[in-house]
Design a protein around this ligand. Structure first.
Ligand code: MLT
Length: 202
């Protein structure tokens, strides 16, 4: 997968896996990694799917309606890519914390839905429930931050609560931070994520 790897000064810190929103690319979230933990190595990936020229991490049939077969395929592709990247760049595969926004948060959520021990933790900005009707792997000890909007038209508040419940039932420690800027990622949400990161990983 097309990506950027930046080696950090602290080799014990989690590697931050950056996953952009629809129409973004692997450069978009680099400033976020700096705000979350400047010492971390960063692996920032570009989604392999194009929708009218806009990169995404999996196909959708309509706004909010995911192509489940492609979601499963792309989730495995990303999971396998993380194994390869850890070997190539020599970082600890078990020490990855994802930071995703929107479509990127949805593929990060899908990694957690389908694979045990694939992420040590996750910051999900405005995620949705990527898939329903499956049993999640054991997520005990996995901290998850979710940034959500009370008035988010793409990831409705009700869906945020549903996702929180699914992760919590699987054993994850979920913290939801609410904003009221629709689907936007606001500076206060990033601050809240950075505080959460410090509490859980610093
Ligand atoms: C998705 O397709 O993953 C969500 O609708 C968010 C987005 O617009 O990318």
């Amino acid at each position: 997968m097309k990506h950027i790897f930046q080696k950090g000064s602290d080799s014990n810190a989690p590697v931050l896996l950056l996953l952009h929103g629809t129409g973004g690319n692997e450069r978009d979230l680099l400033p976020l990694a700096q705000m979350i933990n400047p010492g971390s190595s960063v692996l920032s990936v570009r989604g392999n799917v194009l929708e009218n020229g806009m990169p995404r991490f999996f196909r959708r049939l309509a706004e909010g309606v995911f192509d489940e077969e492609d979601l499963v395929f792309r989730t495995k592709e990303l999971h396998d890519f993380l194994d390869q990247a850890a070997a190539e760049y020599q970082f600890d595969r078990s020490n990855i914390v994802a930071i995703g926004y929107s479509n990127g948060a949805n593929i990060a959520g899908s990694l957690l839905f389908h694979y045990k021990d694939t992420l040590r933790g996750a910051i999900l900005h405005h995620p949705m429930v990527s898939r329903r009707g499956i049993e999640l792997p054991e997520l005990a000890g996995v901290p998850i931050f979710m940034g959500a909007g009370t008035n988010d038209p793409i990831s409705p508040a009700k869906e945020t609560e549903e996702l929180k419940q699914l992760f919590t039932e699987a054993g994850a420690q979920v913290e939801v931070h609410w904003e009221h800027f629709g689907h936007q990622l606001s500076p206060t949400e990033v601050d809240a994520a950075a505080n959460w990161y410090r509490r859980n990983f610093a």
